[in-house]
Structures are given as C-alpha cells and as structure tokens.
Ligand binder design. Structure first.
Ligand code: FE2
Ligand code: FE2
Length: 327
C-alpha cells in the first residue's frame, strides 16, 4: 500500500516514492518493488513486488501505453542504482545519450540525500563514483551533443545545476585537449562539488526570488571559501578539483571573488568551470527571470570574452555550441 505521495522530480527522501525511467529497466528479477501511476490524479499503486520478475511483455505493454516513468520506494534506491549500473555495464545496445540519461536519473536521489547529509563524507563518496560514471558517459563515447543538450533539464535545482555544470565542463575540457580519463574524472568531481559551500548558506537566501541586498550577496559570496575550507585537507580529492571549488567565481580581470585573482593566477580547471557555470546559470529558469536561450547566453559570454572570461575558452565553447544548436 502506498501512503506517500510521489515527487515528480524524484527528490523525496527514503520512505517516499521516487520516479525512475522505464528505459533503465530490463526483463529480469528486480529485487525492489515497482509502482505505477495509472491515472494522473491518483497516487501510484503497486505494480510489481520485489519478488515478482519484470517480463519482456510488461515492458512492451508499458511502451505501448506510452508509460516512461515508474516509481520505487526511496528506501530501495541503492538496490535500484546497483541494478541499473550492472545493467548498463552489460548492455551495449544503449546509445551514449541513453546511457547519459539513465545516469542522470539514477543519481538524482543519492545526490539530494548526500547534499543534505550532516557530514560531507556521503557527498564526497557519492561524487567520486558519480564523477567517474559521468566522465565515462560524456567523454568515453562518441556522444552527439545535440542529443545531450535536448535531454538535459535546464532548471535551477541543485542537482540539475551540478550535473549540467559537470557535463559542460567535461565537454569543454575535452575540446580544449584534455584527454586523460583520470583528469576528466577529477574535473567531473570538482564540477559536481563546485557549489558544495552552499550547504552552509541559508536556504532563504539561496531560494530568494529577486535581487539580493548587499548583505545577502556577501553571504552568498562566502560559498567558494566555505566549500574549499571543507575539502582542503581531504586526501581523496585532488588539488586541481579543489581549485574548481575555490576559484570558480574568480574572473580574469580581477572582478571575481573570493580573492580577486587575475588571469593566469586562476587555475585552468576553475576557468573551465566558470564558463560552464555561467552558461548553465544563464540558460536555467529562475524564480525572478526566464531562462535565456542558448544563443543569447553565448552572445553574453562572447561580449565579455577576454575581459571577464578566458577568451580562448569562450570561443571554444561557442564553437562547440554552434555545432550543437540548430541553425
Ligand atoms: Fe558557485
Ligand atoms: Fe554554480
């Protein structure tokens, strides 16, 4: 019997129901229960218990009915994630874009739980696994960027922001010539963590609808320092990843924060993260403004190339996106 109302955005914690994409399921014994929403106005009902196998005919029927989302209990999410990752490792029929989409879905709940945990350990543990999987999905295959851009959500939620900034950082880093997979994994890790310092900022300021006053701005500007302070002594995060957390709001003309570094003083990976960060910020919906189109966001970056942002990185990003976006 389902008593909790499900979250369409899959952000409920254990005990509630979370949505999962049907594309990540295959005909097999699952080891976790599935729920189905038969009617938009009704709560999901039990569809298959953990002991009852999902059959090929079930998947065909779901596809025929246009059902692309089922639900699982949040408390069974780890079992679900392991199940999907095992399947991904064995299934070579999935396209790179499909793999990426599944990864986005299966890590969403774990990210939200780790981000809200009392200590940083779950987040670091999670990020290393997630960063590795993301780097493999984005850089380990010939992925079509147009497909990728279309299936990415573009809201301002913390998870979407982290995964989109990590995805853009990986694409830009690879285009700039960084091909070593362990470096790309560290870039993904740093990018997923880049706003980790926001855990310490009051939600009322983070979710503030409208321009911030000077005091609120000062508070939010603390997040790179807080994030860096929290991870500085860790030996399981590389120095370069730490610099992405600390320096992603520095600007090459010295107008950034927290240190007002200039040009080459800023770590290359932090400059990559900065371009990715502002591109996602501009193209995502905010409570107080509509999202800019990708074209407008590129124009914004272009106007400040060589003054605010690293010009060669901006030009590289524009070239990538021009190939990706429809004319
Ligand atoms: Fe930030
Ligand atoms: Fe950010």
């Amino acid at each position: 019997m389902v008593t909790d109302s499900p979250s369409a955005s899959s952000t409920t914690s254990s005990g509630g129901l979370v949505s999962v994409p049907v594309i990540g399921l295959r005909a097999s014994q699952l080891g976790f229960a599935l729920y189905i929403r038969r009617n938009q106005n009704e709560a999901p009902q039990l569809y298959r218990s953990a002991e009852y196998p999902l059959r090929k005919a079930d998947l065909e029927k779901l596809a025929a009915r246009g059902i692309t989302t089922l639900y699982i209990r949040g408390s069974e999410h780890t079992a679900y994630r392991n199940y999907v990752l095992n399947g991904l490792a064995r299934d070579d029929e999935l396209t790179p874009a499909e793999r990426y989409k599944i990864l986005r879905e299966i890590y969403r709940v774990a990210f939200d739980e780790a981000f809200r945990a009392d200590t940083l350990d779950p987040m670091i543990e999670f990020t290393k696994e997630f960063g590795g999987a993301l780097a493999d999905a984005v850089c380990g295959n010939e992925i079509v960027l147009g497909d990728l851009f279309t299936l990415m959500e573009h809201d301002a939620g913390t998870y979407t922001h982290s995964i989109n900034v990590a995805t853009y950082s990986l694409i830009l880093a690879k285009a700039l010539g960084i091909g070593d997979m362990s470096q790309l994994q560290a870039i993904a890790t740093g990018a997923v963590l880049h706003d980790i310092g926001k855990r310490a900022i009051q939600l009322s300021i983070l979710a503030h609808a409208g321009p911030l006053n000077a005091q609120q701005q000062e508070e939010i500007h603390r997040h790179p320092t807080i994030g860096f302070r929290d991870i500085a002594m860790r030996t399981d995060i590389s120095f370069d990843s730490k610099m992405m957390v600390y320096q992603h709001h520095e600007r090459i003309d010295g107008s950034g924060y927290p240190v007002r570094l200039i040009g080459e003083e800023i770590h290359v990976w932090a400059k990559i993260c900065a371009v990715a960060d502002v591109f996602h910020a501009l193209t995502s919906h905010r409570p107080y403004r509509a999202a800019l189109s990708a074209r407008k966001a590129l124009q914004f970056l272009d106007e400040q190339a060589d003054t605010t942002w690293d010009g060669s990185m901006v030009r590289c990003w524009i070239a990538i996106m021009n190939d990706t976006l429809d004319p």
